[in-house]
Design a protein around this ligand. Sequence first.
Ligand code: NAD
Length: 501
Amino acid sequence: MTTAAATRTRAGWEMLASALRPEGRALIDGELRHARSGRTFDTISPIDGRVIAAVARCEAADVDDAVAAARASFEAGIWRHVEPLQRKRVLLRFAELIRADLERLALLETLDVGKPIQDSLTSDVPSTATCIAYYAEFADKLYDEIAPTGPKDLALIRREPLGVIAAIVPWNYPLVIAAWKLGPALLAGNSVVLKPAEQSPLGAIRLGELALQAGIPPGVVNIVPGYGEEAGQALALHADVDMVTFTGSTQVGKLMLRYAGDSNLKRVALELGGKSPQIVLRDADLQAAASDIAWAIFYNQGESCNAGSRLICDAGIKNELLAEVKRVAATITLGHPLDPATKMGALIDAGHMQRVLGYIDTGIAEGAELALGGRQTMRESGGYYLEATILDKVQPAARVAREEIFGPVLAVTEARDEAEALRLANDSIFGLAAAVWTRDMDAAHRVSNALRAGTVWINTYFKSAMTTPFGGFKQSGFGRDRSPHAIEKYTDLKTIWTTFR
Ligand code: NAD
C-alpha cells in the first residue's frame, strides 16, 4: 500500500470521494457506451444514502451487443490464439494496473457497498490483483495429455476454451468475485461478459477499463451493468453464451439452471448462499475460538456467503464462550466506512437492512433471547448501519437458524454432545463452510470428516488462499472458484485421434 493510502484520514478519503467522477457507462467491444435505450439507474451509497453515479441500464439489446462482441473476439482468435507467454504478460500487466489503481478501486468499492475502507485497501483490491496474477502464471505451465493407445495411434486430449462466458456476480465482494471468474476464464482463452450487481457496478466498470489498458483485446472483456431481471436474465437466457458462472443467492441460482434448460443448455457453475455452522466442543480453547467466532460473523457486516452464522456450542461452556464473543464484538468498531478505524460499515441498502431487522424480530418471536445489539444505528448519517447482533437460545427449527440472513446476526444453539452438534450442523439445505473448535484431534478429524461442507476449518475461520478451492455442497452450489480446479469449468475436453498408416 502507498504511504498516502495508509495514512489518509476520513477527511482525506472524503475529499478524494468528492473529486471522484466514476465511470458509469457499459464497456462493450472495447468502447465505453451508454445503454441503447439511453436509460440509466442511480447507484446509491449505503454510507449516506446519496447518489454516487448514473449508470447505464443495460437490457437485452445491450446484452446482444456484448455477446456479439465477445463471440467475434473469440472466433477471431485475437485472445485465445495469443502465444501463452504473451497472454501471461498481458494478464500480469492487468494485475499490476489493479495494484497501481489501489486507492481509486478501494474508494469505489467502499462507496458502492459500504464496507470499511481499510478492508477494501488491505483485502479486496489486493486479493483481486493476486487472483488475476495467480491465473496468469498458468498460461505457460498447463500441458495437455496423450492417452494410452496402440502403437499406430496418437490420441491427444486437449483442453479448449468454451467460448463466451457470462459472469453474473453479487455485491458483497464485487471486485474479488469478478476476479475469481475473470482470472480462470481469460487464462483459458475465453471471452467474457460480466454483469455486476446493480448495487455495485462501479468497480467492475473500472476493472474492464484496466483490462483494456493492459492489452486484453477489445471484445474479450465486456461489462454490462444493469438489473438482474433485465441484463442478467437476458445474458443467462442468451443462445450464444456457452456458460454462465454465477455467484449469488440460492433462489437466483435455481433460475440459472432453468434459463440454461430453456435456452441452449449452456453450462452452469453456481456459488450460492450459506448458513455455516461453527461447532464448539467442551474442551475448546475458548479465548482463541471467541475471537474467530466473532469475526466470522461480523466481518464485512455479516455480508459474507461463508459467514459463520450459526454457533453450535456445548451447553456446558456456552455462557463462558458467549461472554468472550461479546467482549470481542465490542472491539469491532462500527462506524463511517471511510474512517480508517472502522471495522464494520453499512449494510448494502435500506431494503436489506429492513430484511435483517425483520429476521431479528422473527428470531425473538420464535423464542430466541437477544444477547447483543439488534438495533439500527447512526441514523443521522442517512446510511444503513446495524449493530453486531447475537441471538441466544435459538431453536434448531427457528427460521433464524435455517435461513441465510446475510447480516451481522449470530444464532446460538446449544448441543448436549459432539453427536448432537454434528447432527444440528448438517441439518441445513446449505453446505458452504463449517468450523469445529476442539483441542482433541481425534474429535476434530471425526467431525470435519462428517461435516457436509465445501470448506471445513479446524480451530480457525476464514483462512483461505488462492491455492484452495472455494465453493459449496448441497444448495450452496457446485463448481469451484480459486485454485487450479477453477480452470476446468471454463474448458472442454477434446480428443484428437490420429492413426498412422
Ligand atoms: P442475488 O442472487 O440477488 O444477485 C446476484 C446477481 O444475480 C446480481 O448480479 C443480480 O443482478 C443477478 N440477478 C438477480 N436476479 C436475476 C435474474 N432473475 N436473472 C439473472 N440475474 C439475476 O444475490 P445478491 O443479493 O447480489 O448477493 C447475495 C447472495 O450471494 C447471498 O445469498 C450470498 O450468500 C451469495 N454469495 C455467494 C458466494 C459464494 O461464493 N458461494 C459469494 C458471495 C455471495
